[in-house]
Every structure is written in C-alpha cells, then in structure tokens.
Design a protein around this ligand. Structure first.
Ligand code: NDP
Length: 315
C-alpha cells in the first residue's frame, strides 16, 4: 500500500492508494508556506534597508473601477504595509486619457520615494490598446512587474540586474522549495504568453533545463507533456491537462486560475487550475493546488522585486 502525504496550512491527511505500488511520494506543494518564507526574507531585507535610512516604495496605479483589479491592488497595498514597504495607491478615473496616465508615470519615475511602479492590468477602454506603450514608459529600474522590453531582454540574456515577472519567478521558487535539481531536466511549458509562458521558459533555460514550449497549435499536447520531468501549465483552460499528460514522478506547476460554475458553493463558482488536480495527483511526484499553489507566490515575488529595486537604486 502506498500513501501520499498532503500538508498545507489547514490540513494534514494521508491518502491511501491501493491500485499500484510506486516508488515516489505524491505531494501537494504548499504555495502559501513557500510564499510565507519568501515574505519573511523580504521583511528582513526591508529592516536592513530601513536601518540604513532606505524605505522601499511601491506605487500601484489603478485606472477605472474593475472589481477584480481593485481587490488585487488592495492586497498588494496591504502586503506592503505588513512588510514596512511604503505604498502609494493612485486611483484614476475610467476616463483618464493616455496623456494623463503617461504624466502620472513620468512623475513616479522621477519620485525618489518610489522604488517600484506597477500599472494594474487590464487597463480600461482604449487604454488597453496602448498597454505595451505604458509599460515602456516605466523606468526599467522601477519596472517591478518585469514587463519592460529592457527587462525582457535581461531575462533572456540571464542578466540578474533585471526584473523577472512575478508569476514565473514564483514557479521557479516553488520548484526550488521542493529541492529539485533543475539542471538537465526536461521541462515542458504549456502556454506562451509574455506574462507566464515565455518568461517561464527563459527562466528554466537559464537554470539549464531542456525546454519545450507548447501552445494552442501544438500537435498531441498530451504526448509532449508526458516527456516532462517538470510540467508547467499556464493556459487559462480549466483542467486541460489530465493524467494522460503527466509522466509518473513529474513535478507539476499549475499557473491557471479559472472560475467554473458550482451551484453547491456560496459564490456559485469554484476555482480550478489548468491541470485536473485529482487526476494528475496520482502520477505526479509533487503538484501545486489551485488555489493555494502559484497564486500566493505572485504577490510575494512582487514584494521581493520591490526590495530589489530599492537596493539597486541605492547602490
Ligand atoms: P493568455 O491567454 O495570455 O495565454 C494563454 C496561452 O495558453 C497561450 O499561449 C495559448 O496558446 C495557450 N493555450 C490556450 N489554449 C490552449 C490549449 N487548448 N492547448 C495548449 N495551449 C493553449 O493567458 P495568461 O498567460 O495570461 O494566463 C494563463 C493562465 O494563468 C490563466 O488561467 C490565468 O488566470 C493564470 N494566471 C495566473 C497568475 C497567478 O498569479 N497565479 C498570474 C497570471 C496568469 P496560443 O499562444 O497558441 O494562443
């Protein structure tokens, strides 16, 4: 009889598997506890900087009234407060023009209290079309989201003075927390967006993995995924990746956050990942749940980037 050890902040249980014997241990990777460790490190760094008279500062620019964006911005500001990072929330009306938004960015670029600038995406209305231009306006040294072309280039070049997008950086941190030796591993990244798939593939390559990027045109996705020692999925399709796509003993990182209708829940929906968790769990060595896997890492890496920005700007 085999058992899988599941531990997180709220539960500790043993799952028994009688169907077959395997020589690996199936684990749920607890993003909350890994994020807490990152934040503890960041908190220490903040104290050290403050002892030198430096307070890291994060400016978060929110345009419009999108409820989800408001929630994200609120949690970023709260996390800054918890850590002793100065935060400034700039809420602009939905009718803000391109010129007005650019003027705000220019002011923040010049403001020495601000180490990092984040413009909450998606921007409303016509501003959405120029999101890339707005990102390019941000001083690359303050681009804590890591989306500026200079930082994209630095990531590809393996230049550590750049900023790495928070979610992909969090995925690597989760793998490292598992003690996985990344060098030489076969990694498959499903998804090729600029905020998840592409930076993640670059990070894995920088760690000397052999990397394949799969996407919506990939033929026989399951077969490609089955080659992976490390399978990282960010597509936005609920439970796309099933057991048949997971090599036995693989590490699975599920970036997806999808709402699916569920009348049994108070809110009428539940969150699921891009990987069918229960299905893949029995094959994987370790796998992130949704929620509670990659999600908590994103904000932790943002805080880490903000402190890094303050350090770089202060020599
Ligand atoms: P995008 O829509 O920008 O990109 C999705 C990618 O998935 C594309 O490259 C697309 O391929 C690929 N894809 C779509 N359908 C399939 C399919 N059937 N088979 C294979 N590949 C497919 O999404 P994001 O990268 O922004 O986000 C991906 C997921 O990650 C979402 O669920 C999002 O909510 C989540 N997310 C979570 C974060 C967190 O903090 N945990 C942060 C950011 C995102 P193609 O390029 O060919 O169209």
């Amino acid at each position: 009889m085999r058992y899988a050890y599941i531990a997180d902040n709220t539960s500790l249980s043993l799952h028994f598997h009688t169907s077959r014997f395997t020589d690996f241990c199936m684990r749920k990777i607890d993003g909350k506890s890994v994020a807490a460790k990152v934040l503890e490190r960041v908190g220490k760094d903040v104290s050290e900087l403050q002892a030198k008279g430096i307070t890291p500062g994060l400016a978060v620019v929110l345009v419009g009234e999108d409820p989800a964006s408001k929630v994200y911005v609120g949690s970023k500001v709260r996390k800054c407060e918890e850590l002793g990072i100065y935060s400034r929330k700039i809420s602009l009306p939905v009718e803000t023009t391109e010129a007005e938004l650019r003027a705000v960015i220019a002011e923040l670029n010049a403001d020495s209290q601000i180490s990092g600038i984040l413009v909450q995406s998606p921007l409303p209305g016509d501003l959405r079309k120029i999101e890339d231009d707005i990102v390019e306006d941000i001083d690359p040294q303050k681009d804590v989201d890591g989306f500026h072309p200079i930082n994209v280039a630095k990531l590809v070049m393996g230049d550590k003075t750049g900023f790495v997008p928070c979610t992909p950086a969090g995925c690597i941190e989760l793998l490292k927390s598992e003690g996985v030796e990344l060098s030489g591993k076969r990694a498959v990244v499903v998804g090729r967006s600029m905020i998840v798939g592409k930076p993640l593939a670059s990070l894995l390559l920088n760690e000397s993995c052999t990397v394949t990027i799969a996407h919506s045109r990939t033929a026989d996705l399951a077969a490609v995924c089955r080659e992976a020692d490390l399978l990282l999925v960010g597509v936005g399709v609920p439970e796309l990746v099933k057991k048949d796509a997971v090599k036995r003993g693989a590490y699975v990182i599920d970036v997806g956050i999808n709402r699916v209708d569920d009348p049994s829940k108070k809110k009428g929906y539940r969150l699921v990942g891009d990987v069918a968790f229960d299905d893949a769990f029995s094959e994987a060595e370790a796998i992130t749940p949704v929620p509670g896997g990659v999600g908590p890492m994103t904000i932790a890496m943002l805080m880490q980037n903000t402190v890094k920005a303050a350090k770089l700007q202060n020599g």
